[in-house]
Design a protein around this ligand. Structure first.
Ligand code: NAP
Length: 296
């Protein structure tokens, strides 16, 4: 990657994910500028890394060849796209790592194509730990030339980048990931609530089950805290709920509904109604525990 040190990368959205991702760009020598809605976070990253704290997204865009966005929902991405536009230089590539709908990716790509700017939808998986450790999995949709330009930045934040095809296919693949994630969360929280009701030693259960065929990231990384009644983010219930609403619409367009989506949406709506929407999605364990009468 001979040109990686020359690439000027800007990062927009310094939340649970963006903080670690931007720090890994800095470690690779690529981070030129940051912008965040809550300016205190961009001030912190700028002070820590020596990069520019941009006053507006357009100011950031004017300094960068590759701009990475990682904000919450569709409308937030669309807003960032509008606010970046006045500063974008022809030949730049915008990479959206947020989890949003396919239509948002397609809208962004069409808008930028008119300006000679590339767009790649590149949602990620691996949680805030993956963001901090630089070992995310990236599911990328877009032109090969645009992806190639952004590749040094994506590689600095991830262990794996897979090009899935045209714009939107990254988000479609992320929907697959979120459906599987919902099913795993259901299975792990059911299993651990069952184990606790059986009065089993939970650390040992997580150790041995996590070493066999039922191993999963969620069991190993979230099991130990959830059985202590702790649910630090991580990945917020409200964000996974947002993702599963996207998945629900996509499934409906394909003529079906899926049990893992429907059951998880119902659980998350109960958690959000009780004020737990900003907890990690392992808070599903709260609901599962209530179902069991512990063994004497
Ligand atoms: P988060 O901690 O809630 O942070 C959200 C970020 O987006 C913050 O920087 C926030 O700014 C910014 N933002 C939200 N709305 C905005 C708007 N209208 N204009 C400008 N900035 C806005 O979320 P996160 O966990 O980092 O997730 C970010 C994205 O990655 C989401 O799409 C999520 O689904 C996806 N994702 C998350 C995980 C995970 O484990 N957390 C894993 C994979 C993918 P403020 O600081 O001002 O609030």
């Amino acid at each position: 990657m001979s040109n990686s040190n020359l690439l000027k990368v800007g990062f927009v959205g310094l939340g649970s994910m963006g903080l670690g991702m931007s720090r890994n760009l800095h470690k690779a020598g690529l981070l030129t500028a940051v912008w965040n809605r809550t300016a205190a976070k961009s001030a912190m990253v700028a002070e820590e890394t020596g990069c520019v704290k941009a006053s507006t997204p357009a100011d950031l865009a004017a300094l960068c060849e590759v701009i990475i966005i990682c904000v919450s929902e569709d409308e937030d991405v669309l807003q960032m796209i509008s606010e970046l536009t006045p500063g974008l230089k022809s030949g730049a590539v915008v990479v959206d790592c947020s989890t949003v709908g396919i239509a948002t990716a397609q809208t962004a790509a069409a808008k930028f194509a008119n300006l000679g700017v590339g767009f790649v939808d590149a949602p990620v998986s691996g949680g805030s730990e993956g963001a901090d450790n630089g070992n995310l999995a990236v599911m990328a949709g877009g032109d090969v030339a645009h992806l190639d330009k952004a590749m040094p930045a994506l590689e600095a934040m991830s262990a794996r980048v897979v090009h899935i095809g045209e714009v939107g296919n990254g988000q479609a693949t992320k929907a697959v990931n979120q459906i599987i994630g919902a099913g795993v969360a259901q299975a792990v929280t059911d299993g651990l609530a069952f184990a606790e009701a059986m009065n089993l030693p939970m650390e040992k259960v997580i150790d041995v089950v996590g070493s066999g065929a039922s191993a999963s990231w969620f069991l190993s990384y979230r099991g130990p805290s959830m059985v202590q009644g702790e649910f630090p983010v991580g990945f917020k219930v409200a964000l996974h709920h947002k993702d599963l609403k996207i998945c629900q619409r996509m499934a409906a367009q394909l003529g079906t509904s899926l049990l893992s989506i429907e059951a998880t949406l119902t659980d998350y709506e109960a958690l959000m109604a009780d004020g737990f929407g900003d907890e990690d999605y392992s808070a599903m364990y709260r609901l599962k525990k209530r179902k069991f009468t512990p063994r004497d």
